[in-house]
Design a binder for this molecule. Structure first.
Ligand SMILES: Nc1ncnc2c1ncn2[C@@H]1O[C@H](COP(=O)(O)OP(=O)(O)O)[C@@H](O)[C@H]1O
Ligand SMILES: [Mg+2]
Length: 202
């Protein structure tokens, strides 16, 4: 979170100067796998700086109707990269600014792998959905929740026991982060509690 980004649109490249070598190594680890859902890695300096393909895209939070099936597919493809003692590569920082939509070829991208961890994939899914649960009215949230989990399940399973065990602690983490970083930029949905109740029904 909050690295130094230099966007060079004319050169179609982005320079990302990571905050430390740990975050750099994490990013490099993913980009070197060359996943089709991320910008291409053009170069790096071996210590803290990456050069990435520039994606002329819109953050999904600015879209009128993001396609949650397609975004679920991005998660499934990240999670499918590795299986490590029951855990998978999880993005962790699922904030919606880390997802871009490129209109010209209707493609979604995931970026910012500086915080990834081996974790239960359910934790990424819950974390991501909590953001939308906090801004969408109930009917809309119900729709996108179903689209999201159904699409994810076409590629990977969701473990309901893991989901149930993780949900309360991730809600606490989500709320404490929002207070800490004062991220209440979108008005809170009046349905947030109802949406969170629905989240239990995986
Ligand atoms: N390759 C890219 N193409 C287009 N925009 C990018 C690219 N990489 C980063 N950005 C923009 O810069 C923002 C910050 O980059 P990010 O990698 O998420 O760093 P951090 O959140 O650690 O500061 C992103 O939310 C996105 O808007
Ligand atoms: Mg980011």
């Amino acid at each position: 979170m909050k690295s130094n980004i230099i966007i060079q649109k004319d050169k179609k490249q982005v320079i990302k100067i990571c905050r430390n070598s740990k975050e750099f190594k994490k990013e490099l680890y993913i980009y070197e796998k060359n996943p089709y859902f991320a910008p291409r890695l053009l170069d790096h300096n071996g210590t803290n700086t990456l050069m990435l393909e520039y994606i002329p895209g819109t953050p999904i939070v600015e879209l009128i109707q993001p396609d949650f099936s397609r975004i679920a597919y991005l998660f499934s493809q990240l999670h499918a990269l590795e299986l490590n003692k029951g855990k998978r590569i999880c993005l962790q920082d699922t904030n919606p600014n880390n997802f871009l939509y490129r209109n010209q070829d209707k493609k979604y991208f995931m970026l910012d792998f500086s915080e990834w961890e081996y974790d239960f994939p359910e934790s990424d899914l819950i974390h991501f959905l909590l953001f939308w649960a906090s801004i969408y009215p109930f009917n809309r949230f119900e729709l996108i929740f179903n689209q999201f989990k159904n699409a994810y399940r076409l590629s990977l399973p969701i473990n309901p026991i893991e989901w149930e065990m993780l949900l309360p602690e991730i809600v606490l983490l989500f709320d404490s982060r929002r207070i800490k970083f004062n991220k209440i930029q979108n008005p809170l949905s009046p349905d947030v509690n109802r949406n969170r109740e629905l989240l239990k029904e995986v």
